[in-house]
Design a protein around this ligand. Structure first.
Ligand code: HEC
Ligand code: HEC
Length: 360
């Protein structure tokens, strides 16, 4: 379209100069087409772009009015713009029949529905032992689901998501890897036992394995020898380290790790004959463990503290049972020697759950 033509018509209207003249003269609608064409606002952009002044369709105007009205209705019913009224905000008049709406009320309603579904399970859990929960297929499935959240919130920070353990990075001995901050829970290597009751006891009571420092009781040579022996045991060739074997047998090692070096569950002393390391399993790392001990009070000792969750008051008795079952189900859990017959469970439940309930 040439710039001389009337953009609103078939090219027979005013020239550009005429158009501008009439626009400047104050006539807001200078583009009345001689052939009855469309009227524009009279503004021109980019030489020949003009605005029509057509009314939008009726349905569109109705929609616009209705939505403007809806804004006002919605605004009065719900808490909307936080207008301060007497030091509070406008809470809305609410819906007919249901009263004022708040997000918290809605949450509580949803929660109540959820709680009603959970209640029969939760009630049962209160009186059951972890072992009995584990034996009940439906309940243990239920527990596994809530256990996942509990574990992430309370345990994952030290034990890693899904119990894979977290690397402890320290600079104390000028070595980067100090071993695991907390033991892996998804294997079948247990310091304190992998039966569901052992696990429950660990969570409810906490654990702090203690190994004395040997820097004053053994010579550097003896520490070197016995460390080599421990390393050799884990590689299945313990007998090749005669000097270290002698130190191990004659010093206090056997008192805690057992004559067979396989560890004693009651003390949480590690099994030294396997390839699983809690702390740094290099020769240097083993020497550090032996020299300074674990939780021994020595400034360079390795630290291993599993918090006592009953004392911490963070978890309810039921939550601790749930976690025991959840951890057991990572796959490394050990079966009870004799599975309790259903009839025998009931009295055991009473006996075991009593102190737990007390602790809560
Ligand atoms: C502050 C870190 C920390 C937190 C949090 C923590 N743990 Fe531990 N946990 C440890 C340490 C450290 C040990 C090893 C204790 C030892 O060596 O004596 C341990 C040991 C354990 C053991 C025994 C493992 C074995 O081999 O016998 C279990 C089971 C366990 N934790 C479960 C849990 C559960 C479940 C939670 C969450 C409720 C949790 N832990 C939270 C640090 C933690
Ligand atoms: C007072 C009991 C006690 C005595 C004595 C003791 N230990 Fe330990 N030892 C432990 C405990 C408990 C642990 C596990 C600590 C933990 O994981 O919380 C441990 C852990 C270890 C570890 C680390 C294992 C790993 O997986 O990283 C080594 C190595 C070790 N002991 C060697 C020895 C040797 C060698 C001696 C003798 C010189 C000895 N211990 C004497 C209680 C003892």
């Amino acid at each position: 379209m040439s710039e001389d033509q009337n953009p609103s018509g078939g090219g027979q209207g005013q020239s550009r100069a005429q158009h501008i003249a009439s626009a400047e003269s104050g006539n807001r609608n200078p583009y009345q087409n001689p052939d009855g064409g469309i009227t524009t606002t009279g503004h021109l952009w980019d030489d020949d772009l003009a605005d029509f002044v057509n009314q939008p369709p009726k349905w569109w105007m109705l929609g616009l009015t209705a939505s403007a009205l809806w804004v006002v209705i919605y605004w009065t019913m719900y808490p909307a713009i936080p207008l301060a009224i007497n030091g509070t905000f406008f809470k809305g008049v609410g819906l007919p029949g249901t009263g004022q709406w708040t997000a918290i009320k809605e949450l509580a309603e949803d929660q109540a529905v959820l709680d009603a579904v959970r209640k029969p399970y939760e009630d049962k859990l209160k009186t059951m032992t972890p072992a009995a929960i584990l034996a009940d297929e439906e309940l243990s499935k239920y527990v596994e689901r809530s256990g996942k959240v509990l574990f992430s919130d309370n345990c994952g920070g030290c034990h890693g998501q899904n119990g894979v353990g977290t690397e402890q990075v320290g600079t104390k001995f000028a070595v980067r890897e100090q071993g695991l901050m907390a033991p892996r829970l998804n294997d079948d290597d247990w310091l304190y036992g992998g039966k569901v009751d052992n696990i429950h006891e660990t969570i409810a009571g906490g654990r702090q394995g203690m190994m004395t420092a040997h820097k004053d009781t053994l010579s550097a040579q003896q520490i070197d020898d016995v460390a080599k022996y421990v390393l050799a045991m884990s590689e299945g060739r313990g007998d090749s380290e005669a000097a270290g074997k002698k130190v191990f047998a004659e010093s206090d090692c056997t008192a805690c790790h057992g004559a067979d070096a396989k560890g004693i569950q009651a003390m949480g002393s590690a099994n030294l004959t396997d390839k699983v390391w809690r702390f740094d399993g290099s020769l240097e790392g083993i020497k550090q463990t032996i020299t300074y001990g674990v939780n021994s009070g020595d400034a360079n000792a390795r630290v291993a503290i599993m918090p006592n969750f009953t004392a911490a008051g963070k978890l309810s008795a039921v939550e601790m049972k749930k976690l025991a079952v959840y951890v057991y189900k990572f796959g490394g859990g050990q079966k009870e020697e004799a599975a309790p017959a259903p009839a025998a469970v009931a009295p055991a439940v009473e006996a075991v759950s009593a102190p737990v309930a007390e602790a809560k």
